[in-house]
Design a protein around this ligand. Structure first.
Ligand SMILES: [Fe+2]
Length: 143
């Protein structure tokens, strides 16, 4: 259970880094729209990572914080700083958000069965946000 939460948190760190990266580096006519969308995402993920860290500390677990630890634990790929087309950023996010939605759904079910309501609620909030943003990403990609 501790390993699941550490891994999830490492993935959340990667989502924040990639959202910041794309916020700065996306190019083209959709720049301002996506710049704002990615800012909205990293603001939410940053709030969530602190909530998760405090839930872990309350259960005697240490949240991962060093960059090597995060890179080691994460499943998601961290992308280098360079220019990205709008389509590249959206397609990368589509894959990574879908992966995190599946993981969030699994963990909300798991903690629900453990009657750990705070963790269940945390993963439900993540699922709601990721599900909504997957819809946004698909709509933009349809153009
Ligand atoms: Fe900014």
């Amino acid at each position: 259970m501790e390993d699941n939460l550490k891994k999830y948190m490492a993935n959340l760190h990667v989502l924040i880094h990639n959202a910041l990266n794309f916020h700065w580096n996306v190019t083209g006519g959709l720049f301002l729209t996506l710049h704002e969308l990615f800012q909205h995402q990293y603001d939410f993920f940053f709030k969530q990572i602190d909530i998760l860290a405090e839930l872990m500390k309350g259960r005697n677990m240490l949240p991962p914080i060093t960059l090597p630890e995060i890179e080691n634990l994460a499943d998601l790929e961290l992308f280098e700083s360079k220019d990205y087309t709008a389509r590249d950023t959206l397609e990368i996010q589509l894959k990574q958000f879908q992966f995190m939605l599946d993981l969030s759904n699994k963990l909300s079910t798991f903690y629900g069965e453990q009657h750990d309501l705070a963790l269940e609620d945390f993963f439900i909030d993540m699922s709601k946000f990721l599900g909504k943003h997957l819809y946004f990403l698909r709509q933009i990609l349809k153009q």
